[in-house]
Design a protein. Sequence first.
Length: 127
Amino acid sequence: MSQTRSPELSNIPAADWEEARRRFPVIRKLAETPNRSRVHAARAAEELGCDLSQVYRLLTRFQVDPRLTSLVPQRRGRRQGQLMLSAAVDEVVYQAAQSETGNSLSEPAKLSRQPGPPLASDLKRSK
């Protein structure tokens, strides 16, 4: 199974802790149910007020890491400060931007538009 990262506990909002506490007994009971079926999961979904697919996602997270923190709501997308590029690629982009503009990245980059067909915003509507 894949490893899970525990969230930074001090960054979890109080409302998210409450939601995890509300989910915990329902998901724990479902996880401990021998021979559980879709009917058991559907009851859990009804009790939690969510879709069946969400119950299965919560159950999977709980089975990988059976702690309260595994049931804290997860935000979609990248976390603040998480980079998409490796440090090496980020450095190449930084160097290329500096050499192209002659500006440090503390100043707004002023890239010149490359030659090519005009953009729609460049064209004036003719009557």
